[in-house]
Write a protein that binds this ligand. Structure first.
Ligand SMILES: [Zn+2]
Length: 248
């Protein structure tokens, strides 16, 4: 139905059905189901439903990567949200090598079992992020910061687990250092305490790597630990050359 942008790709088609509880199947029912009713009865400008990617249900399946209609990476969504886009015919094009088929209920009139197949990477019609959007500074969180720095302490170069790491302000917060990607590095607790409210040079502690601002594609990589191979390959094309993501 939809033209694949990269023709000739072999699609590995994962069936989600087997592991879905009945309630979820009902929700995913497309043909003759509630979802299709919603799709036709809702005004086109209606707000998109909220499908949390942090719900327990969402965590059981890989997330789908959405792009704007120009192919710029946009965000992660749940497969339920992807099914909603398919039902609304909002898919501009698909790419990726993975696909997920969600089966719904039986249509009373035809006896056919409804299903929808969602690709692992989908471009959404009508979404055109300005380049400004792509270059917008992503939010600073410890999880993504530690991931940016590959869980390596910026001062002793040791590798630590998340719970043993801290956010170090290169120019200390108490000396008007700001809380931005460029002024923070990952540091182990002992190094952070040793440095205290001093600048690295005052503490005779040299940074072993430089901070940088991840772009949106990199942030999407940093924010999802269950990225499919095809999604990772797509996102890496949009990551800046200096990024540590390329070292992985
Ligand atoms: Zn350290």
């Amino acid at each position: 139905m939809h033209q694949r942008k990269q023709a000739g790709h072999h699609l590995r088609n994962a069936k989600i059905r087997a592991t879905l509880p009945a309630a979820q199947l009902m929700q995913a029912q497309v043909n003759g189901g509630k979802l299709i009713d919603d799709a036709v009865s809702t005004k086109p400008d209606a707000l998109e439903p909220a499908f949390s990617i942090f719900s327990a249900e969402a965590k059981r399946f890989p997330l789908i990567l959405t792009l704007d209609q120009n192919g710029i990476p946009h965000r992660w969504i749940t497969w339920q949200h992807a099914v909603w886009y398919y039902a609304k015919q909002r898919i501009a094009w698909e790419t990726g090598t993975e696909a997920f088929t969600v089966s719904g209920g039986k249509c009373q009139a035809t006896g056919e079992v409804s299903s929808v197949t969602a690709a692992s990477i989908i471009a959404i019609k009508g979404k055109a992020m300005a380049i400004r959007g792509f270059n917008q500074t992503p939010p600073l969180n410890n999880r993504e910061l530690f991931h940016r720095d590959r869980h390596v302490c910026g001062y002793c170069a040791g590798v630590f687990s998340h719970s043993k790491l801290t956010r170090d302000h290169i120019i200390p917060y108490c000396r008007n250092g700001i809380d931005t990607w460029m002024n923070v590095v990952t540091a182990c607790r002992p190094c952070n305490e040793r440095k205290g409210s001093r600048l690295p040079e005052e503490a005779h502690m040299q940074l072993v790597y430089a901070p940088y601002v991840p772009n949106r594609a990199e942030f999407l990589i940093l924010a999802n630990r269950r990225i499919l191979i095809d999604q990772m390959a797509f996102l890496k094309q949009h990551v800046a050359a200096h990024s540590r993501v390329h070292m992985a």
